[in-house]
Design a protein around this ligand. Structure first.
Ligand code: AMP
Ligand code: FE
Ligand code: FE
Ligand code: ZN
Length: 286
């Protein structure tokens, strides 16, 4: 069984449509793939409708959050939520707030770049996305690539978009304990995404992860392309101590990243634990 529990589609900052993602997962030899777009569940239906025989879909999303940094400040963290009720009002309200915030932020970042002579038209960028979709820095990166300002997405991040970079702008993301409770209240299973992805900036401490386990966190994404082997060893130990589920995933984004589907995988035992922790909504008959 090959299981990849973290992948993005064009409903957020991936480059495969949800249907193409399903086809690509089958072509990569996966038995199970999770669709986990940032701050939206808009791709679930199309991915489910396009599933080839033999491929199973795990419905999920990646929530944009902040966690305490232990020194009175905050660090960005991503929370994967699996198998939650997509009609949960708390979740739909928060996801919609974040998508609005993302669109405003894209406009501000684009205006700052344009003012410095790097032509990025936010209307054109937003017109290229599904209506109301969660706009992200990868969309700006592609615009810079298209305008010939950079030669790769990675260069766009390093020169322009990374945290601390000249045009970076933060967001009012969800407090991670609130997101964990929201996912649990909607019957879902919260797993901390790539907690040691250091090249993106400061990361969450092991002490804070321990506190989150007490707040209902169910798992840790240990095997991720941005994790070193020593990070993985430390996280694997921590997950074992805290009795958290261990997952592994590619965080596939199509051609916006160089990783491939199935590059990192989750064991069938871990997937079973996630499925057994999920609580189907009472009105799941419709
Ligand atoms: P945002 O959600 O707008 O803050 O942008 C964050 C997203 O940018 C992440 O989810 C990644 O998909 C992507 N990202 C961050 N760093 C890089 C990089 N160096 N190359 C490609 N994509 C990146
Ligand atoms: Fe992303
Ligand atoms: Fe992420
Ligand atoms: Zn992701």
């Amino acid at each position: 069984m090959r299981i990849d529990l973290h992948a993005h589609s064009t409903e957020s900052d991936g480059t495969d449509t949800p249907a193409q993602l399903a086809a690509a997962a089958a072509a990569a030899g996966l038995d199970v793939v999770a669709i986990t777009d940032h701050d939206t569940t808009a791709g679930w239906a199309a991915a489910a409708a396009a599933l080839p025989a033999g491929l199973r879909l795990i419905r999920g999303a990646e929530f944009s959050c902040v966690a305490p940094d232990g020194r009175g400040g905050q660090v960005p963290v991503h929370l994967l939520g699996y198998l939650f009720d997509p009609d949960s009002v708390a979740i739909t309200t928060e996801q919609s707030r974040l998508r609005d915030e993302r669109q405003n932020r894209l406009r501000v970042m684009a205006a700052r770049m344009a003012a410095d002579g790097f032509p990025v038209d936010p209307d054109a960028v937003l017109a290229g996305l599904p209506a109301g979709a969660p706009a992200g820095r990868p969309h700006l990166a592609r615009a810079l690539l298209g305008a010939g300002v950079v030669h790769s997405i990675d260069e766009a991040f390093h020169r322009f978009l990374k945290a601390g970079g000249p045009y970076y702008m933060g967001r009012a993301d969800t407090e991670v304990t609130a997101a964990i409770r929201m996912v649990r209240a909607a019957g879902g299973v919260p797993v901390l995404a790539h907690p040691a992805a250091r090249r993106r900036g400061p990361v969450i401490s092991l002490e804070t992860i321990t506190e989150l386990a007490g707040e209902g966190l169910a798992g840790i994404e240990v095997d991720h392309p941005d994790h070193t082997s020593s990070d993985r060893a430390v996280l694997r130990d921590l997950a074992a101590t805290l009795e958290l589920v261990i997952t592994g995933s590619s965080d596939y984004h199509g051609t916006n990243k160089t990783v491939s589907l199935g590059q990192e995988t989750t064991t069938p035992e871990s997937l079973s634990r996630i499925e057994s922790l999920a609580v189907p909504p009472p009105h799941s008959a419709h």
